[in-house]
Design a protein. Structure first.
Ligand code: GDG
Length: 536
């Protein structure tokens, strides 16, 4: 029997294409939790990643060396890459349109921000069909196809329409809304039906999973739910799917390790030396109305008014990472945030103290971790968030346990971090202001105790555990058919990593170290790039 491969399908490939000054194209690895977690699995199985290159096809039309470049990318990542080409118009309507002006706001409980343009739906169907064709062309029936996120909900149903059976799983990185919100979607039946075409549907939290089940129950006849626990079976006439909650996480050791480096300690010291005699509060978010930044700024003002002892004693460092700016709504929210920051700084600045330090741009990973280490308080107040990895990364980076986490109860992360975080309702301006004050005056012992608990929770539930639990649920029934998987599915980070040399890896089928095939080795001659953070 052929070996089963893991095939990951996401909107973006885990690489970045860049046009150099001389007009030459270059390829480099992308960065992010998903890439870190799935990379080793894909390498060990000789796997494949299918996705868009991030550059519209027109721009690549006169470039003849793409295949060669992708081959280099594959050598660099250690697994195969298969591009789905999208034109500027497709990106406009499928990505900026249906995905980010309909599904994104609706699933984050903002139906009034939706632009239900029917043309967007057509583009969404069309592009998902393209992805389904790419899956058919590049996989066999033995493979396990893992589709990611709201941009590709229809890929599974389009696969069915093409009449090709594949073993599939789908993970939704954003929340799933309650019935009263979901019901606004003009294409609600098609979306639910499409989700039900996957063999396993994964959500971030129990709340999302239960919202989905409630929607299926309300909008479909003859639904049965079998089993209890975080993975159940949903049966509708003619179809059955497993539905589970699998909270995503981070590579805890990577953040803790980076935070322990000398470089980070030095950068953190520079940050603190530049803003002396105060507690630093840190916020880092993609530019997005779901992240609740205006509410956060109002809460800061409220705290400065109601607790004047905080003046000169705290500074908020707010990083905003550019994202989706071509959408009008995003341009507006940027202007609004910058207006508010200007106003607050204009009003409260005193000699030697400015309440907000604002950075618009993307930091390198080491810089980000230096900020995590330098800041005594993290202020994370999304109005709604699938998980929020920043909350987990902040705690992982707090190797000296000297940080307080203020976290919105509407972030998926609150489900597991509620015991150590100061949970807030981000709409409650006074409540958030109180939490800022509470974090400021918190006794160091309590702060340490809370942070120790948070770090323990995240360490025990890292991103590798997330991958393993999803794959186990996706393949459980077929385990005997595919005995490789049982040995293969790693439980700890070490199990993913080559134990001796980077060119050798533990192959589960032989249970001994064997050299990786050339195609799966990290590229020797490939140019090594600094990985680049790509915002979604
Ligand atoms: C979606 C869901 C869900 C941020 N700024 C920089 C930077 N980042 C990195 C962080 C973190 C990631 O970006 C942001 O992740 P979040 O989870 O906070 O938010 P989304 O981007 O909205 O992600 C979310 C997630 O998917 C995963 O399922 O948790 O709910 O919305 O990893 O570190 N990285 C670098 N420089 C920056 O300036 N290098």
């Amino acid at each position: 029997m052929r070996e089963r491969r893991l095939v990951v399908v996401s909107n973006r490939l885990p690489i970045v294409l860049e046009r150099q000054k001389a007009g030459k194209w270059n390829i480099g690895p992308g960065a992010g939790g998903l890439i870190t977690a799935l990379g080793p699995v894909l390498r060990n199985r000789g796997g494949l990643w299918i996705g868009w290159l991030g550059t519209p096809s027109e721009k690549l039309a006169d470039f003849s060396g793409l295949d060669e470049l992708l081959q280099r990318g594959a050598e660099e990542t250690g697994y195969a890459l298969s591009p789905v080409h999208l034109s500027t118009e497709e990106v406009q309507n499928f990505y900026f349109g249906f995905s980010n002006q309909i599904l994104w706001p609706l699933f984050h409980d903002f139906p009034t921000r939706c632009n239900f343009d029917p043309a967007y739906w057509q583009a969404y169907e069309w592009v998902n069909r393209k992805f389904a064709r790419a899956i058919v062309d590049n996989t066999t029936e033995e493979d396990f196809v893992w589709v990611h996120d709201y941009q590709l909900i229809l890929a599974g149903s389009e696969l069915m329409k093409l009449g090709r059976k594949r073993h599939t799983g789908f993970f939704l990185h954003i929340p799933f809304p309650p019935l009263d919100v979901f019901i606004n979607l003009p294409w609600r039946f098609a979306i639910l039906d499409a989700l039900m075409q996957y063999d396993l549907i994964g959500f971030q939290t129990e709340r999302d999973r239960l919202n989905f089940i409630a929607c299926v129950r309300a909008l479909t006849r003859g639904v049965r739910v079998l089993g209890k626990g975080h993975v159940c079976k949903l049966v509708v006439p003619g179809r059955e799917a497993r539905v589970g909650s699998f909270p995503i996480s981070i590579d805890f050791k990577e953040f803790a390790g980076l935070s322990a480096s000398l470089e980070t300690a030095e950068q953190a010291k520079t940050i603190r030396d530049n803003l002396p005699n105060r507690k630093l509060i840190f916020g880092v978010d993609r530019l997005d109305y779901t992240k609740g930044i205006p509410n956060r700024l109002n809460a800061l003002v409220n705290a400065l008014e109601r607790y004047p002892d905080l003046r000169r004693r705290i500074t908020l460092i707010q990083v905003i990472v550019p994202s989706r700016e071509v959408i009008e709504e995003y341009g507006r929210i940027k202007k609004e945030i910058e207006r508010m920051i200007g106003e607050i700084n204009g009003r409260y600045t005193e000699v030697g103290w400015t309440p907000i330090t604002y950075i618009f741009g993307s930091l390198s990973r080491p810089e980000l971790v230096s900020y995590y280490q330098a800041c005594e308080i993290a202020l994370i107040t999304p109005l709604k968030d699938g998980m929020n990895l920043v909350a987990k990364e902040y705690c992982a980076s707090k190797i000296h346990e000297d940080g307080a986490l203020i976290l919105s109860e509407f972030a998926g992360a609150a489900a597991s971090l509620h015991h150590g975080a100061l949970l807030v309702n981000p709409y409650d301006i006074e409540g958030v202001a109180d939490a800022i004050h509470q974090a400021y005056i918190m006794n160091p012992n309590e702060r340490r105790k809370r942070m120790r608990g948070l770090r323990r929770t995240i360490r025990g539930n890292d991103v590798y555990r997330w991958v393993a639990s999803f794959l186990e649920a996706g393949l459980a029934e077929d385990m005997r058919q595919f005995p490789l998987m049982e040995l293969f599915v790693p439980r700890r980070r070490q199990d993913f990593l080559p134990k001796q040399s980077p060119k050798r890896v533990l192959r589960a089928d032989q249970n001994r170290l064997v050299p990786l095939p050339r195609s799966a080795q990290p590229g020797k001659n490939a140019v090594v790039f600094k990985s680049k953070f790509v915002s979604s």
